[in-house]
Design a protein around this ligand. Structure first.
Ligand code: SF4
Ligand code: SF4
Ligand code: SF4
Ligand code: FES
Length: 460
């Protein structure tokens, strides 16, 4: 038989593939959550909705078989609205964070739970690499960052906040800070004007990307003169700053003690210049867009500027990359009941850092997050309450977990396990549960089949 999808005529036998499978075979993308190729499923999410213009019906493409003469439309304002509403409904009882609150407020964007997980596994070198690749001058920031992460730390509402700054200091002291590889040169040469936190982070990032990097600093001293604080022991701080500057030197960053105005002709010859602390005399020079004095924010700005310079020098086809804001599910404060139960039963295991690991283990692979981003969902307009407690995690086996508050009741785990997951109740109160006596029947593959962070495995 012949149908059309988005006005493309397509042949199909009408029995062996559903509409979504015909579309996928033709290279046409239709989003889906409760459908997975080759797995048993029933339609429930309506994300795969399409319109048959021949009959006027809105149909779930994951369970609808093609019939002769169908004229399928996969995208329109009406279909987009249906998908948006479906996503908002699914998120209306999603008591879960994609990113941990501590990471969201960190002005430098440090993935604190990721660092804590490495710390808790005694993988200190990897933790330091993560720390330095984000914060560039982590030891210096331990002295001067006011640590908004600790103020918002969720563990603080249970007993005491995770001592994030102390953990970072410990990591720095447990590792060889100066042990750093010297990246090979990529043949291009750039300059950074000024050695404030922004300048140094741009220099670090660009050197890691292979550029020859020269930092021009007219004060005669690197970084330290740019740090304004009277609240710390300046002698101790100076020692730390010198140590971190030597890391950049070991990587091959060159420091030139000179006023850039004397070297303008020379700088114009380079592949790129970042003006961290001065006006740019040439439109080719990159300057920070955000005005800030917050040291960790300056580091983030420096990394962004370095990435922007690298992107402009690596353009292949002249196409600009579109930057989208990634959806972030947040549930806010713990309820009294959650505080009480988390106080007695930590969600994962008792770990050295004391961290609750508030972020989602599937934050980079979750289909719900992917589509919420694609359809521009800001937050649920229906609120976010759930019969399930946030951060309550049921251990399935050594590294596999079930987290009911992240379940969207798609049923994939129920239909694809024998005597494992099961539905409880019906209608709006319907839940997916894993009775303790069924735990041994759950197969590892379900973690990949689950479209959200409902079922997940610990990262290696
Ligand atoms: S399940 Fe998906 S949407 Fe929910 S917290 Fe995890 S990543 Fe975010
Ligand atoms: S408990 Fe851990 S992940 Fe949660 S806010 Fe505190 S440091 Fe961050
Ligand atoms: S836990 Fe099961 S029902 Fe819930 S989202 Fe994952 S696969 Fe679907
Ligand atoms: S209803 Fe089709 S993917 Fe969910």
């Amino acid at each position: 038989m012949r149908i059309s999808i988005n006005n493309n005529p397509i042949e199909t036998d009408g029995v062996s593939e559903t509409l979504i499978e015909v579309a996928h075979r033709a290279g046409i993308d239709i989003p889906s959550l409760c459908y997975a190729k080759g797995a048993k499923h029933k339609s429930s999410c309506m994300l795969c909705a399409v319109r048959d213009c021949a009959s006027g019906q809105l149909l779930p493409s994951c369970t609808t078989m093609p019939t002769e003469g169908m004229q399928i439309e996969t995208d329109s304002p009406e279909i987009e609205l249906t998908r948006t509403l479906s996503l908002e409904l699914l998120l209306s009882d999603h008591r879960a964070d994609c990113e941990a609150p501590c990471k969201v407020v960190c002005p430098g964007g440090l993935d604190i739970p990721a660092m804590n997980r490495l710390y808790d596994k005694d993988r200190f070198d990897e933790a330091l690499t993560l720390l330095r690749d984000t914060l560039v001058i982590p030891a210096t920031l331990c002295f001067i960052c006011p640590a908004p992460c600790e103020k918002i730390c969720r563990k603080g509402s249970i007993n005491t906040a995770v001592p994030i700054r102390e953990l970072k200091k410990e990591l720095v002291s447990r590792t060889d800070l100066q042990k750093v590889a010297k990246p090979p040169q990529n043949g291009m040469s750039v300059a950074v004007i000024g050695s404030d936190p922004l300048g140094l982070s741009a220099a670090y990032r660009l050197r890691k990307l292979g550029y020859r990097v020269r930092v021009f600093e007219k004060s005669g001293d690197v970084l330290f003169p740019h740090i304004q604080t009277d609240k710390v022991d300046r002698t101790a701080l100076k020692g730390v700053v010198e140590l971190e500057v030597s890391v950049l030197t070991n990587m091959g960053v060159e420091f030139v003690m000179s006023d850039e105005r004397d070297r303008l002709h020379e700088l114009e010859e380079l592949d790129g210049v970042i003006a961290a602390v001065c006006e740019a005399p040439s439109p080719k020079w990159l300057v920070p867009s955000a005005k800030t004095k917050q040291p960790a924010r300056l580091v983030l700005e420096g990394c962004k500027l370095a990435d922007a310079l690298h992107a402009s020098l690596s353009v292949v086809d002249g196409t600009a990359t579109t930057v989208t804001t990634t959806f972030n599910s947040t549930f806010g404060r713990l309820s009294e009941a959650e505080v009480a139960s988390l106080g007695t039963e930590l969600p994962t295991q008792q770990v050295a850092s004391g961290c609750l690991y508030c972020d989602c283990d599937k934050k980079t692979t979750c289909k719900l997050r992917l589509y919420a981003t694609r359809y521009g969902i800001k937050s649920s307009r229906y609120g976010a309450s759930s019969v399930f407690e946030a951060l309550h995690r049921q251990r399935i086996n050594g590294s596999m977990w079930f987290e009911p508050a992240k379940c969207i009741r798609c049923g994939l785990c129920v239909y694809n396990s024998d005597n494992g997951f099961t539905f409880r109740d019906r209608g709006f109160v319907m839940q997916v549960v894993l009775p303790p006596e069924n735990v041994g029947n759950v197969k590892e593959e379900l973690a990949d089949l689950c479209p959200t962070g409902g079922i997940w495995k610990d990262a290696p």
